[in-house]
Every structure is written in C-alpha cells, then in structure tokens.
Design a protein around this ligand. Sequence first.
Ligand SMILES: Cc1ncc(COP(=O)(O)O)c(C=O)c1O
Length: 372
Amino acid sequence: MQPPERLLTGPGPSNPHPEVTKALAAPLVGHLDPFFLGVMDETMANLRTVFGTSNHHTIPMSATGSGGLETIMLNLLEPGDEAVVGIIGYFGQRLAAMAKKAGANVRIIEEELGQIIDPARLEAALNEKPAKLVAVVHAETSTGACQPLGDLARIAREHGALFVVDCVTSLAGMPVEVDATGIDAAGSCSQKCIGAPPGLGPVTFGPRAIEAAKNRTHPTPTWYFDLDLLFQYWGDAGGTKDRVFHHTAPVSSIYGFHKALQLILEEGLEARYQRHRDAHAHLVAGLEKMGLSLFTPASHRLPMLNVVNIPEGVDDACVRKGMLERGIEIAPGFGHLKGKAWRVGLMGYNARVERVDVLLAGLEDVLREQRL
Ligand SMILES: Cc1ncc(COP(=O)(O)O)c(C=O)c1O
C-alpha cells in the first residue's frame, strides 16, 4: 500500500505534524501497562489546558468526534427531557438528531445558512418553556460561521439549562475556554486543529453535567459511551487509581494525540490561534486577488474553515479533480451549498502561510486551465 502524499486542505482530516506521525509508530504497550496509565494521565491534563477547563472528566473518547458528542447527549438527556438546539447548518441538525435519539423533546432555533443565532431567540425560547439542555455548534463546518458562545451560555445557565457545545472544528484553532465561557460539556475531534489523525473524540464534562448524569432516573441507554463505566478506566476524580478494564484503548492513537497536545502547549495556545488567523487572512487576500469571494459574512467568519463561492461558469467537480491531481484536497459545499461553494480548511499543522501559498498557486493554475 502506498498512499499518495496530499495537502489536506478540506474540512478534516488535516495533515498531522510529522512528530505526531512518528509518535503513532512508537512501541506498543498494553492498555493497562503502568507506562500507558501515565500517558493517559498526561493526556487528560494537557487536554484540560486545551479546552480551558479544570474539569476532571476530560478524555479522548475511543470514537470520532460524533462518538464524543453522542456520549454527551446519551449521558445528559433522558426520555421526556426538554432540549433546545441551535441550528446554523448541517452539524446543528446532527446535534438535534442525537438529542432526539436520546429521547428528548427537541425544540429548534434555526438560522439561515451563513448566519448565527441571536441570543435573544434563545432567551425567548427558554422563557416560553424551560429546557434541561441547550446545544449549539461553535464552528459550523458546513457554512464557515462562528457562533459566539458567551451570551448563549449565560442565558442557558440563567434558565437552569446545561450548555453543550460542539467544538469539533474550533478546538485548538481558536479559543473555546470551557470554564470562562460557562460550557457544561463539549466535544471535539482529533483530526482538525488538534493535528492528529481521525479516531478520537475529546470530551469534557463539568460538575453540573456530571451531576445530571449521576442523577438520572432512567438507566444510561448505552454501554460503550456510559460515563460511569468509562471513568472506572480513566480514573474518577479523587477515586482510587485502580483502573478497571472497560475496552481496549487505542494505544497508538493516544500516543499520537498525546504528542499533538504536547506540540500545542509547546507552541502556546495564543500563538497557535494567531497562526490560524494569519493563515486565514493570507488565504482571503490571495483569493480576493484572484477575484474569488467568501460565502460567510466577514463579521463571523471562522479562521480554520473557509467557504469559498464558486464563480459563475466554473465546474466544481473539475476544479476539485484538478486540485487533487496536484496533490491538494479541497472539499465540496454541503447541502444547499453543493456546487456553489468549496470548503477550504487551514487546520493545525496546515495553518501556515507557506501551505496557503501552495494551495493558492494550485487553485490559480486549475482555474486558468479551466478558462482556456
Ligand atoms: C462541526 C462538526 N461536528 C461534528 C463532526 C463529526 O466529527 P467526526 O467526523 O470526527 O465524527 C464534524 C466533522 O467534520 C464537524 O465538522
């Protein structure tokens, strides 16, 4: 097997740092080996820093980002609970679907694609009827929009609701700040701004969320994603250090993730966020020079995921094929934006001006070829 070398500038996976790739090949040990238990503790501690939290219950789930988000919904919601979900694109719809599968009565606050939710709408929804949980997507990968969280978190908490955030695309590329924002539970992924391969779903649960999970009246409707069982393996706060076998942790994946977190902390979170902003600004300037524009209004654009309008007369699939022939991956638009936009990700290791230059040169070349 000889996979091609690609510049992965779609919505993820992104190229891992070469040091992460090396860590994946480190000698395997058992998932209960004392060495690995140390790696687990360090991973939890470093992940807390990246999430901006002191929550003990902070781990990479052995599942992709979706598995982490499902863990949140299945542990915090019970049949008949009220939930409010903000939808500004495809991934908000998924949160609503997960909440429904957990048995909740889900009310939706929806905005047009590219737009964000006005906190007044959440306030009105909760005044009309309280909810146990409010969930939103921080960085909507389908539209490139960034949903500000502070006011939504405050309103949710003032109304006694848990505030849950999908930060799959944002974590480690822009501030999430779980504790300062007032987020009760959040879920992300390994393959975007964290800079590891896909396969892990980092999650964090604050004290209010853990309380809700402990005080359930119905049994948790999942075994693999049951928080109580999971933390018998990962170690509960203040508990014994006895680790009870739950499942065979993906040891090599956690090596890679551990290295990715170490690299993030060595770089410094602020420097990393700035690098993502710089790469984004460089991309936007280059696109504008080529006469291309972004779909998402500048007021709430994400730095790490850019939704680029496809110019009139340009064939979407041909351009993406031409890019791939040059070793560069970009992604099609999602849902209503299919055929109308491309999604260009600058995440983790790829959020670098030099890599943006490679991408821009490739795109210019392909578009020139198409126009001939
Ligand atoms: C905002 C958002 N939420 C959830 C997911 C699902 O994550 P995963 O594919 O790791 O399961 C994605 C994946 O791209 C995403 O962008």
